[in-house]
Design a protein around this ligand. Sequence first.
Ligand SMILES: CC(C)(COP(=O)(O)OP(=O)(O)OC[C@H]1O[C@@H](n2cnc3c(N)ncnc32)[C@H](O)[C@@H]1OP(=O)(O)O)[C@@H](O)C(=O)NCCC(=O)NCCS
Length: 162
Amino acid sequence: MLEIRSATSEDRDAVWNIFHAIVAAGDTYAFDPKMSRDEALAYWFRADTHTYVAERDGCVVGTYILKANQPGLGSHVANAAFMVASDAQGSGVGRRMAEHCLGEARHLGFRAMQFNFVVSTNTPAIHLWEQLGFKVVGTLPGAFRHPKRGYVDVYVMFHSLI
Ligand SMILES: CC(C)(COP(=O)(O)OP(=O)(O)OC[C@H]1O[C@@H](n2cnc3c(N)ncnc32)[C@H](O)[C@@H]1OP(=O)(O)O)[C@@H](O)C(=O)NCCC(=O)NCCS
């Protein structure tokens, strides 16, 4: 049984554990792999950001954020970021969070969702985003410095919600 709910300050340790493991690996996000706990949590729990967690059997196994991709005249397009604990990946948590996120985005009145920085080697993520209706609308050549593969492309992905 997976429950997806708004995060509270009591989730901060669990969120940091998930965030830290993913960002330290350095193969999916451009965040500094050495980013501190305070910096990470300040980013993930910003006032203009909706923060959610996925909880299974009392354990937080995933987290996502939802926010406007741009201020002002671009604020009708949402942006989101997803992280699933490594030992829970591949068990449907990411899909459930993404479906929840699209529902929340529609509910909040966003007209589209954009992912700005999908690393082209991140096959599970691209597979999932395409299944949910996102399309690659642009390729940024060599925009990510992968720890093992060197400079790899990054995709901008977009999904209309109307
Ligand atoms: C990407 C991520 C959010 C997906 O969440 P998840 O819980 O692992 O994925 P799910 O179990 O919901 O699976 C979703 C789809 O991806 C596929 N998938 C999952 N892990 C996979 C893997 N290692 N290789 C290939 N496909 C994979 C699943 O097969 C499933 O597709 P299917 O239903 O057609 O079989 C998660 O793996 C994650 O947090 N990764 C690290 C951070 C990250 O990359 N975030 C996204 C940045 S754009």
